[in-house]
Design a protein around this ligand. Structure first.
Ligand code: SAH
Length: 255
């Protein structure tokens, strides 16, 4: 992960809490390079640390620079994040395009995402160093996100663009197999017929609906065992021995 060598550059951030929260935002998305241009003196202080939470390493290793030019030195693509549309003749990406462009440019060397100061955003001199802008198309009536929230959103897009693989732990119980489900449906049909709820002369529509219901639930083996246990408890003697071999309902043309 984090194969894009991206620097997240905060220009003159004024709130230490935002700096900590930005460190956390980038670490959660698999990035670690935070650059601060003229941050406040307490940028490592208690508030920043509290908001960084488990991302203290990113906060503590943040580089401090005296100018944006120094912060983006060597970057092949510099994209400025803007809280409003700016008609400056600079290319403007949406967050997804921005991520794609950074991914492509990042293959050749470092790239930078640049964020403006909380009160006024990126200055014209800072914009002069940007190859393009990125605008998060938020509520047109109120499009200014909190600084760290904007960092979070753009970092997520970069992560998503890298084709993340979901790290899903194996299920506690494996999914019920098709064969097990067939045995369950046969058991269910037998019990429903014995109870009088299902008309043995015309079982198909009901069984088809029930199949759809249970198939939608994508039962695992534990859950299937519970259902089989319930059937066996409600209708003692309806067990496999007695009902095995009942054919599944034939297609009656019901959609
Ligand atoms: N009042 C400032 C907003 C500053 S918010 C202004 O009007 O420009 C601080 C920074 O968060 C912005 O400079 C920008 O880098 C980022 N940001 C906030 N909202 C954003 C949005 N909708 N799209 C892109 N970046 C945004």
């Amino acid at each position: 992960m984090a194969s894009v060598p991206v620097r997240f550059v905060l220009c003159e951030p004024t709130h230490p809490g935002n700096i900590g929260a930005a460190a956390r935002a980038i670490k959660t998305m698999g990035f670690d390079r935070l650059v601060l241009v003229n941050p406040p003196a307490d940028h490592h202080g208690a508030e920043a640390r509290a908001r960084a939470s488990g991302a203290l390493d990113v906060l503590e290793s943040a580089e401090v620079m005296a100018s944006l030019a120094a912060a983006v030195q060597g970057c092949g693509l510099v994209v400025g994040a803007s809280a409003r549309h700016r008609r400056l003749g600079i290319a403007e990406f949406d967050p997804r395009e921005c991520a794609g462009q950074m991914l492509a440019a990042g293959a050749g060397g470092p790239v930078a995402l640049v964020f403006g100061t909380e009160r006024s955003g990126l200055s014209n001199a800072e914009l002069d160093l940007c190859h393009a802008l990125v605008y998060i198309p938020a509520n047109p009536g109120y499009s200014s996100l909190n600084l760290a929230a904007a960092v979070q959103l753009l970092a997520w897009e970069l992560r998503a663009a890298q084709g993340i693989t979901l790290d899903i732990p194996p299920p506690e119980s494996p999914p019920a197999t098709v064969a097990d489900m067939e045995l369950f449906y046969e058991h269910l049909q037998r019990v429903l017929a014995a109870s009088g709820f299902l008309d043995p002369g015309n079982p198909r529509n009901l069984m088809r609906r029930l199949r759809r219901l249970f198939n939608r639930a994508r039962l695992d083996q534990n859950e299937l065992n519970i259902l089989r246990g319930i059937l066996a408890a409600l209708a003692p003697g309806s067990g496999e021995r007695h009902w095995r071999g009942v054919p599944p309902p034939a297609d009656d043309g019901t959609p």
